[in-house]
Write a protein that binds this ligand. Structure first.
Ligand code: NAP
Length: 330
């Protein structure tokens, strides 16, 4: 597995991390999985060279963290770089700006210091650890909203948690460049987590240059567009849960994306790899300033996906793949 430095921390991390959004189960997160299957998937990660695992309390009300905690009982904790998040809660006492409602339970967005201090304790308990490696704000506070918290205030509490050793580094997800600039004013920001796939390259213009300039690792989520770019969905696939509103799951778009994947088949033969490997390998080929989170929920998936890091795609093929998807935007 190829590795890279995590921001300015000096810590080596694998260029492919394991994402546990779906592992936590729950109707809004793709449905429940067999517990042993997902625990085995997490335990497979270090065997496959993956030392980076992402979770969040907001993934099925703490269940993703709980399952990761269970898997960690029989793993070497020190070997794993655990990322978890703050800012999405179901704390009915603390409340916050309204986020999703799942099975009648209201989720809130809240980045104030009292809420974060409560959240970190909950995460540490569920994960069964006394520190997290990267603590990340999950969604950014919206100026003008009732529970708006300036980044400076959020950074105050994150810096405090860092000084106490409860968190080792700070990250921020779903940011624009103004957020990044603001975080950097108040401390170290080592990681940003943003959506990036070959079909959704919106971060290329501003966010990637800004992160590179400031030595921040870019971590890409949904690199397979929630499974679409695995190349394994049938033409008549019916999107479920969180896939339903997504651009690339709209019937016409999905067929066009599938047409492009059909055109990748000669590349699969050339590199002796799968469609998923090409989609992930294309991201890794953009440069070693980024890594990606692969949302595998089965041992076979993680074994397949890590092979993407070994692909050495020719620059002409990387460019050709870009041309093919750019045609989709016309
Ligand atoms: N910060 C944020 O706001 C945010 C948002 C979204 C995601 N994330 C993080 O990023 C991670 C990755 O995002 P994502 O889950 O959307 O990633 P993804 O890799 O685009 O999609 C994951 C889904 O693809 C399917 N899949 C993966 N490998 C496969 C393979 N080899 N063959 C067939 N199907 C395969 C799996 O479906 P099945 O489970 O059905 O097998 C999996 O649930 C998440 O798990 C989460 O940790 C963060």
């Amino acid at each position: 597995m190829k590795t890279m430095k995590l921001g300015k921390t000096g810590r080596d991390v694998s260029r492919i991390g394991l994402g546990t959004w779906s592992i936590g189960g729950g109707s809004a997160w793709g449905g429940d999985h067999d517990l042993q299957t997902v625990v085995d998937t997490i335990r497979e990660a270090p065997k496959a060279g993956v030392n980076l695992i992402d979770t969040a309390p907001g993934y099925n009300f703490g269940n993703s963290e709980r399952i990761l905690g269970k898997a960690l009982e029989q793993m070497n904790r020190e070997e794993i770089v655990i990322i978890t998040k703050c800012g999405v809660t179901w704390d009915q006492e603390m409340k916050g700006d309204l986020f999703n409602k799942v099975n009648g339970i209201q989720l809130y967005k809240n980045l104030n210091s009292a809420s974060i201090k409560r959240e970190i304790e909950g995460s540490l308990e569920r994960l069964g650890t006394d520190y997290v490696d990267v603590y990340m704000t999950h969604w950014q506070s919206v100026e003008g909203s009732e529970y708006y918290v300036p980044i400076q205030k959020t950074m105050d509490v994150l810096n405090e948690l860092k000084a106490k050793g409860k968190i080792k580094a700070i990250g921020a997800a779903n940011v624009d460049i103004h957020h990044i600039e603001e975080y950097l004013k108040w401390g170290d920001l080592d990681l940003i987590q943003v959506k990036y796939s070959i079909l959704d390259r919106g971060i290329e213009e501003e966010i990637i240059p800004c992160a590179r300039e400031n030595g921040i690792t870019v971590q890409c989520y949904s690199p397979l567009e929630m499974g679409l770019l695995s190349g394994k969905m049938p033409r008549d696939y019916k999107p479920v849960g969180a896939q339903i509103p997504k651009k690339w799951f709209q019937p016409e778009n999905m067929q066009r994306a599938m047409d492009v994947m059909d055109e990748w088949k000669p590349l699969c033969e050339k590199y002796n790899c799968t469609i998923a490997n090409l989609a992930l390998g294309w991201i890794l080929a953009q440069g070693d300033f980024l890594n990606l989170l692969s949302g595998a929920s089965k041992v076979e998936e993680i074994r397949e996906n890590v092979k993407s890091a070994e692909l050495e795609l020719d620059p002409e093929d990387v460019a050709m793949m870009r041309n093919m998807v750019e045609d989709l935007d016309k």
